[in-house]
Design a protein around this ligand. Structure first.
Ligand code: SF4
Length: 176
């Protein structure tokens, strides 16, 4: 399958998993329109950048017409809402959810759980299991492989599989 189609299929799965976890955790997750506490400027892999751009073009959206706010924590924010919400990257779709990640800062890597501090604010420690977490390492590994195949399909056209593109570049005027 075309790497961009694989990216979109992964995105659908992440959306489904995010919806499942949001329903499962109920009132412990307070994420809502207007809360921007997870929003920061991002860079994305080439495949994600191209998939977003391609989808915008398909929908007749001109990203170069979007005013990027350099004073905001993420320049795509406007009045507390994301201007590219429908097209937002995978990581934005996991904002606020409890995620399982591998912490490799110390001498020995350790699995840890992270979530937005505005969520799970009830009394007592929260117990999580594989069923109640999103494995972010699994998502990132799949995205990495899709991106590697995407970059290979470009036959050396200026991209590297490790390279990340600032999302802000969506707003650049296309070259004449
Ligand atoms: S792209 Fe949208 S959802 Fe993602 S960090 Fe920026 S404003 Fe937030």
């Amino acid at each position: 399958m075309d790497p961009v189609a694989r990216y979109l299929e992964l995105r659908d799965r992440i959306d489904s998993e995010a919806a499942r976890l949001t329903a499962l955790h109920g009132a412990d997750i307070t994420c809502r329109a207007g809360c921007t506490s997870c929003c920061v400027n991002l860079s994305v892999f080439s495949v994600e950048f191209h998939a977003i751009l391609r989808e915008m073009e398909h929908d007749g959206v001109k990203p170069e017409g979007i005013a990027f706010d350099t004073a905001a924590t993420c320049g795509f924010l406007h009045d507390g809402l994301c201007r590219i919400y429908r097209y937002r990257p995978l990581i934005c779709r996991t904002h606020g959810l409890p995620i399982l990640y591998l912490d490799d800062e110390g001498d020995t890597p350790e699995w840890r759980v992270s979530f937005c501090e505005l969520n799970f604010t009830g009394e007592g420690p929260v117990e999580f299991s594989d069923e109640t977490l999103l494995d972010i390492e699994e998502m990132n590994a799949e995205l990495y492989h899709i991106n590697r195949d995407f970059v290979a399909s470009l036959h050396g056209k200026n991209y590297h599989e490790q390279a990340r593109i600032p999302l802000q570049e969506l707003c650049k005027k296309p070259e004449e």
